[in-house]
Ligand binder design. Structure first.
Ligand SMILES: [Zn+2]
Length: 326
């Protein structure tokens, strides 16, 4: 699939460099290569975008790809793709639709409005959600709650790490999400795995997405608290990425690997607990343990205490040192 010209072009590139390969055929997408940390992102932009929009899209992709790098200090896969198509949908949301394809390479397909500015695109949460899906080598089907929960948790963390959300806003968004999940009582009493398996038919998105996000919040906070900050979800997932990024794993395989690589008895046990849960599990105790008070539905962050110190590390992330080198 790769062209020899492209391979030559990339062989001499070592750090953050982008290159554009104009298509010989004007009806083909334009191809742009971003290189970072010895890893490659290929960006395919539809020729249907008006002239001038390509630069906006590339500027936005550069920004969100840097956000994804805030988890491991590098992109999850050695090689991955983003493709962008125009949509005629309303301009109120610059990215009305997107999806992740688990093919030979991971590919994220975005549909954007045709005149959005880079800033408008950067502020849309959709791209952080979609890119966060790439943090695990998921096979693309089964246990949707787990994959969607991961994306729902990290979409907020990524936005906070690049400065689009303050720490307070990030926790407010997580709180609001858990509350939306809790208020979706249509499936109360029904196990999460069964609501999740029928998601497209039953529309139980809030229950499924936010029960999943609870899984990752619970795992992240337990890792940090039990290790005094030495372990974290970022680091646990990075180990999985370094061993298995090229594979396609089921969720039971992922949680077994996470336990084994991090020498913990956490991910599988929690997976079984949450898959069988009949409502969004309670989150008040987790928030309290991280120095977060809820008063009249508003999040208040404590400044001092061990919970506050661990909580702040979530927003800082492990990859800030590499970010400054960009
Ligand atoms: Zn998703």
């Amino acid at each position: 699939m790769r062209r020899p010209l492209l391979a030559l072009l990339l062989a001499c590139v070592v750090s953050h460099v982008s290159a554009t390969v104009d298509p010989a055929d004007e009806s083909a997408p334009s191809r742009h290569i971003l290189q970072q940390d010895g890893r490659q992102l290929e960006v395919l932009i539809s020729p249907q975008f008006p002239a001038g929009m390509r630069e906006n899209l590339l500027q936005w992709v550069d920004y969100i790809a840097a956000a994804l790098r805030q988890v491991y200090g590098h992109w999850p896969a050695q090689s991955w793709q983003i493709s962008i198509e125009p949509t005629a949908a309303s301009a109120s949301d610059p990215i009305p639709w997107a999806q992740v394809h688990r093919e030979d390479l991971d590919r994220v397909e975005f549909f954007t409005t045709v005149q959005a500015s880079p800033e408008e695109l950067q502020r849309a949460w959709t791209s952080y959600h979609e890119l966060a899906h790439l943090l695990i080598p998921y096979r693309g089907w089964g246990d949707a709650w787990f994959s969607e929960g991961l994306a729902s948790y990290y979409q907020n963390i990524l936005q906070a790490r690049v400065g689009l959300l303050s720490e307070q806003q990030m926790w407010q968004k997580l709180y609001d999400g858990f509350e939306r999940g809790r208020r979706d009582t249509r499936f109360e009493g029904q196990a999460l795995h069964s609501v999740s398996d029928d998601l497209r038919k039953n529309g139980g998105f809030m229950r499924v997405y936010w029960s999943g996000a609870w899984y990752f919040l619970a795992a992240d906070t337990r890792l940090r608290q039990q290790s005094g900050g030495k372990l974290s979800l970022d680091k646990a997932l990075e180990k999985l990425s370094l061993c298995c990024a090229g594979q396609r794993l089921s969720v039971p395989e992922i949680v077994t690997q996470l336990d084994s690589m991090n020498r913990v008895l956490l991910f599988h046990r929690l997976y079984e607990e949450v898959a069988a849960s009949t409502t969004v599990p309670p989150f008040d105790a987790i928030f309290a343990s991280m120095g977060i008070d809820i008063i009249d539905g508003k999040v208040h962050l404590q400044e001092a205490g061990p919970g506050a110190a661990l909580r702040r590390q979530i927003v800082v992330g492990p990859a800030s040192r590499q970010a400054s080198a960009r």
